[in-house]
Design a protein around this ligand. Structure first.
Ligand code: CUA
Length: 368
């Protein structure tokens, strides 16, 4: 009897220890509970609606889960066979009251939960209209996000880093020309799949200025985990300033430098553009790779995985597949070191990308 108690106690200690380890290890991910991809810290109406739905359901699930667990443990202990006791269970033919009630109670719980769930789904699917709304076409590529701002007076392209003004709904039109991806910025909205041949719409909105990171949430190939993004929410005036910067074309001399010196040797223009115009003679010609017009203005590159520094860009230009695995994917940034590019040449190109495309080159210490 004592032996059994000891075993029971040891089992309980192990269980509590394991549970504590799970909690501690889980909190190691990211930067703790206040990391920028935490659905429990929403910063926009859509994300708030989702959390408002999730919270009561979580507690209902806790009550049901704990109830079942406690009852199971109680029954196992209370009705266990004791040493020296010889007995077989009483044979019965079911229990109508019990069976009907444990069918009807879960049905009622689920039926009640369905009402706010369906209401929230319809509410989130509504596409806001009006002059307040901002529109961005999001194209998922393997593996980065291309954005085109489509409202009147805009029309420019950018990649991975999206700027939005606070307190204004931003309607994203999600398309893919390759495989299925999923656009997810946890603090601003739920996930939405990006499906080839089936454009989807997602509305995001931020209530406070800040940088909200996100990522592709649907396995889309070797560098799926390297398909991140960030949304920079800012005041209306900061946003307007950013739009003006992105719209501004590079000087003819800078475009020539890229076209006649860099691309003529390495063929960059077959995938990238250094123009941001959606019409006219100098319009965007290639959208296979990220638009490079103002790549130096972004905080990170390559699917938002590398900080925008001269060193990182140099390594990238020299041997992109070595920096971000692509596997056998065709039409991807090649390993230029294999085509004879030297580190010095790679650094010159990186310097162009960092310093000549940036609206304010002084923001990079390497350009000063
Ligand atoms: Cu795109 Cu995963």
């Amino acid at each position: 009897m004592l032996d059994r108690m000891q075993r029971l106690r040891r089992g309980a200690i192990t269980a509590v220890g394991s549970a504590a380890a799970v909690v501690v290890l889980a909190s190691c991910g990211g930067e703790g509970p206040h990391n920028s991809q935490n659905t429990l810290h929403p910063d926009g109406p859509a994300a708030h609606k989702i959390l408002n739905l999730l919270t009561p359901f979580f507690w209902v699930a806790v009550v049901v889960g704990v109830g079942v667990l406690v009852m199971t443990i109680f029954v196992a202990l209370r009705f266990r066979e004791r040493p020296g006791e010889e007995r077989s269970p009483v044979q019965t033919h079911g229990n109508v009251v019990l069976e009907v009630s444990w069918t009807i109670i879960p049905f009622l719980i689920l039926a009640v939960m369905a009402v706010p769930t369906v209401a929230t789904i319809f509410n989130l699917a509504k596409i806001p209209k009006g002059p307040n709304v901002i529109h961005v076409d999001v194209a998922a590529r393997q593996w980065f996000w291309q954005y085109q701002y489509t409202d009147k007076g805009t029309g420019f392209y950018t990649a991975n880093e999206m700027h939005i003004p606070i307190n204004r709904p931003v309607v994203l039109s999600l398309t893919s020309n390759n495989v299925i991806h999923s656009f997810w910025v946890p603090q601003l909205a739920g996930k939405k799949d990006v499906v080839p041949g089936h454009p989807n719409t997602l509305t995001i909105e931020a209530s406070h200025p800040g940088t909200f990171t996100g990522q592709c949430a649907e396995y889309c190939g070797l560098s799926h985990a390297n398909m991140r993004l960030r949304v920079v929410a800012e005041s209306e005036s900061d946003y307007d300033a950013w739009v003006a910067q992105q719209q501004a074309p590079l000087t003819a001399a800078k475009v020539d430098q890229f076209t006649k010196q860099i691309s003529s040797k390495w063929g960059c223009l077959s995938c990238h553009s250094v123009t941001n115009r959606s019409s006219g003679t100098d319009q965007v010609t290639a959208t296979i790779g990220p638009n490079l017009t103002h790549v130096g203005d972004r905080e990170a590159f390559a699917g938002d995985i590398y900080q925008m520094t001269l060193d990182n860009l140099t390594k990238w230009v020299y041997d992109a597949p070595g920096q971000k695995p692509a596997g056998p994917l065709k039409g991807w940034m090649p390993n230029f070191s294999k085509s004879g590019m030297t580190m010095t040449e790679a650094q010159q190109i990186a310097k162009y990308l960092l310093c000549d495309t940036a609206t304010d080159p002084n923001s990079h210490p390497e350009c000063r």
